[in-house]
Design a protein around this ligand. Structure first.
Ligand SMILES: Nc1ncnc2c1ncn2[C@@H]1O[C@H](COP(=O)(O)OP(=O)(O)O)[C@@H](O)[C@H]1O
Ligand SMILES: [Mg+2]
Ligand SMILES: [Zn+2]
Length: 507
């Protein structure tokens, strides 16, 4: 007898519905799974046999064939376990076949019949309505993630026995609903604050502007000048994500298996700081089952590359595509996948091999060495960084002074950042753009109009300092953000002057 049920698998950050067909016929007892399953799916056999037996049911000693369709999609992991187990019970008559109709079943089984959480629940559940499915059985630990899909009835379970009782209508289970997805998330608890940083007013203001507009920033300065310290405090300045941003980011984290049991949407912007020994696949994503890389895990948040020159050249080169396109495209023989990768790049580097160039200490490097060192960061990569500043070492008296000048806290700066971001949300409503840094040429033309004096100033600067055409657009975008921080519609000369200061390295 044949039974049919639905399960699903992730494909990039979208989902594919998988039909789970189970046929039980007389013949030598055997149990096979077909339909491009990988090793981890084949292991499902042993789990399903034990789980069914340990839940108090007979496992049919007949010829069992499970087909996972469509066959051209590679299948991985234990997500089909529960669906296979129910299919076997339905085919053997222990369960009515109709009970599985219009239902998607997701969950890995443990040997004793418990249901384990799985990866990718959010993208799967969000795409179910597209397949005309309105009900889904999910592992209890994934229920908070699943219930973000409002139009789907969610039935969470902890073990196989209860699922069977539910399908046989022996017990009643309410669909799981949650009003507020955000309350479940651990709010950012951190002891670090922007007020820990002494002096460095220029770098701190540049960081505020970067956070307000989502701009990429590179800090160049001698060791110990506080570059890492500033970068690590950026999460304390960033505004929370809006609902759409949260869903986008959570989908990526979900398929990567990074959503902890019981968690719902991620609300804090991600802050990823991969080590400089990282590979280009780890950074950009890929593999035989393409997985998002660091650039995608940082989507809507920050990718911090500390000591940029230490990264391998090929690793830095792969950054160019996501920086320009805001997505990563991974091509495989049959399919092409894209992962979103719109992040704020924050980078730091020393000014020269010895680190002392431009500081009070003596630099031991010759001009050739310095040039070679800086050339490690290619022009095209540098071109995509809106804010480029030098961070000088603190003077000894700045360090030791306990001056009473009130230093602003992260909370105070964050308030301004949020205000500026809210202006941007309104400006770009319905365009899939969230901040000034994401503006394309069309938006720049429309929203970066300059007052006359500002125009003159920018033209003079370009002539005198020889900015490239790319730099020109970068200055306009950053100036737009500075104007937003001042709640100003027009961009005036003061805003332009400040934006030009953040192009230190073009000069
Ligand atoms: N502006 C500053 N205010 C307070 N402490 C600082 C500052 N700059 C550097 N430090 C101290 O120096 C240490 C090294 O700073 P770090 O951020 O690692 O420098 P960099 O990354 O530029 O080499 C920090 O842990 C901090 O204790
Ligand atoms: Mg450092
Ligand atoms: Zn040097």
């Amino acid at each position: 007898m044949i039974s049919f049920s639905h399960s699903a698998t992730v494909f990039g950050i979208d989902a594919c519905l998988i039909d789970v067909e189970v046929d039980i016929s007389s013949g030598l007892p055997m149990f096979s799974i077909v339909g491009l399953p990988d090793v981890s799916v084949k292991e499902s056999r042993d789990r399903v046999i034990s789980a069914i037996k340990n839940s108090g049911f007979d496992f049919p000693t007949k010829k069992i064939t499970v087909n996972l369709a469509p066959a051209d999609i590679k299948k991985e992991g234990g997500i089909f376990d529960l669906s296979i187990a129910l299919g076997i019970l339905a085919s053997s008559g222990a369960l009515e076949k109709e009970s599985l109709q219009n239902m998607c079943v997701l969950g890995e089984l443990s040997l004793d019949g418990k249901i384990r959480p799985v990866k990718g629940i959010l993208p799967i559940v969000l795409s179910l309505h597209k397949f005309g499915i309105t009900q889904v059985i999910v592992p209890e630990k994934n229920k908070n993630e699943a219930c973000v899909a409002k139009d789907i009835n969610i039935y969470p379970f902890t073990n196989l026995q209860d699922v069977i009782k539910f399908l046989k209508k022996e017990i009643k289970v309410d669909t799981f609903k949650q009003k507020d997805f955000f309350t479940n998330n651990s709010m950012l608890k951190t002891s670090i604050d922007f007020s820990d940083i002494k002096g460095q007013f220029f770098a701190k203001r540049a960081t505020e502007v970067a956070c307000a507009g989502g701009h990429n920033m590179i800090m160049i300065g001698p060791p110990g000048s506080g570059k890492t310290m500033i970068a690590k405090r950026i999460p304390t300045l960033l505004p929370p994500m809006n609902f759409e941003e949260s869903v986008e980011t959570t989908k990526i984290w979900s398929v990567s298996g990074l959503i902890k049991a019981g968690e719902s949407l991620i609300t804090n912007r991600p802050f990823r700081s991969p080590h400089h020994t990282t590979s280009s696949v780890a950074l950009i994503g890929g593999g035989s089952y393409p997985k998002p890389g660091e650039v995608s895990l940082a989507h809507n948040g920050v990718l911090f590359l500390d000591e940029l020159t230490e990264f391998k050249r090929d690793v830095l080169e792969v950054l160019r595509q996501p920086l320009e396109d805001k997505v990563v495209t991974i091509s495989r023989a049959k399919h092409t996948l894209t992962f979103p990768a719109s992040f704020m790049l924050i980078a730091s580097m020393n000014p020269c091999p010895c680190g002392n160039y431009g500081s009070d200490k003596e630099c031991l490097c010759n001009p050739y060495q310095i040039k070679k060192y800086r050339a490690k960061i290619s022009g095209p990569l540098m071109d995509r960084i809106d804010i480029q500043i030098e961070v000088s070492a603190l003077k000894i008296d700045e360090f030791t002074s306990n001056s009473n000048v009130a230093v602003e806290t992260s909370k105070q700066i964050k308030e301004r950042v949020i205000k500026a971001r809210n202006i941007q949300y309104k400006r770009f409503e319905g365009r899939n753009i969230y901040c000034n840094a994401q503006m394309g040429p069309k938006e720049i033309k429309k929203y970066c109009t300059l007052e006359d004096k500002a125009k003159v100033m920018l033209h003079t600067a370009i002539e005198k300092l020889g900015f490239s055409a790319r730099a020109y657009d970068r200055i306009l975008k950053v100036a737009r953000t500075i104007a937003d921080l001042n709640s100003s519609c027009e961009i005036n000369a003061k805003h332009i002057a400040e934006a030009i200061k953040y192009r230190n390295l073009d000069k």
